[in-house]
Design a protein around this ligand. Structure first.
Ligand SMILES: [Zn+2]
Length: 140
C-alpha cells in the first residue's frame, strides 16, 4: 500500500467544477490522502483526520467536536433576561436545558439568590454551559 500525502495547493490547480471535498474523497479511494487546512490532527497519534470524522482512523481515539459544534445554539441574551427576571425560579436553567438543576433552583429560590447571581455572572462572561456541556457564547 502506497500512501501519498499532498497539500490542498497541489489540488487547487487541477480542480474545475469539482469541490475540493469531492475530489478528496475520490483520492481517498485511491489511497491518496489529501491534507486540507481545515483538517484535524489526532490528539494522540498526530495523524490527519478528515474534518467530519469523530474517530481517528489510525488509533480509534474519539476526537473533540470541531469548532462551531462545540458551542451551544442557545443564546446569552434570552438566558440573561430570564435569569434577571425569573432567575430565582431557575428559568434560565430550563431555557438552557438544565432541567434537573432548574428544578433544584425553583425549590431553593435560585439557591437563595446566590446561585442565580453566580449564573448571571457566568452567563454574561460566556462561561455558562448548556445541558450538553457546550458553552453559550453568542449574545443573539
Ligand atoms: Zn490517532
Amino acid at each position: 500500500m502506497t500512501e501519498q500525502i499532498i497539500g490542498p495547493g497541489h489540488v487547487a490547480h487541477s480542480t474545475s467544477g469539482i469541490s475540493f471535498r469531492a475530489l478528496r474523497s475520490r483520492l481517498n479511494c485511491l489511497n491518496i490522502r489529501v491534507r486540507a487546512e481545515s483538517d484535524m490532527i489526532c490528539e494522540l497519534c498526530q495523524s490527519y483526520i478528515l474534518e467530519d470524522s469523530r474517530f481517528c482512523p489510525k488509533c480509534g481515539v474519539m476526537q473533540p467536536l470541531p469548532a462551531g459544534f462545540a458551542e451551544s445554539e442557545r443564546k446569552i441574551l434570552p438566558a440573561v433576561i430570564l435569569c434577571g427576571t425569573f432567575g430565582w425560579l431557575g428559568a434560565h436553567r430550563y431555557y438552557t436545558g438544565k432541567i434537573g438543576t432548574g428544578i433544584l433552583q425553583t425549590l431553593t429560590f435560585g439557591g437563595f439568590g446566590i446561585w442565580a447571581i453566580v449564573d448571571f455572572i457566568r452567563l454574561t462572561v460566556g462561561s455558562f454551559t448548556d445541558a450538553d456541556g457546550r458553552k453559550i457564547t453568542e449574545w443573539v
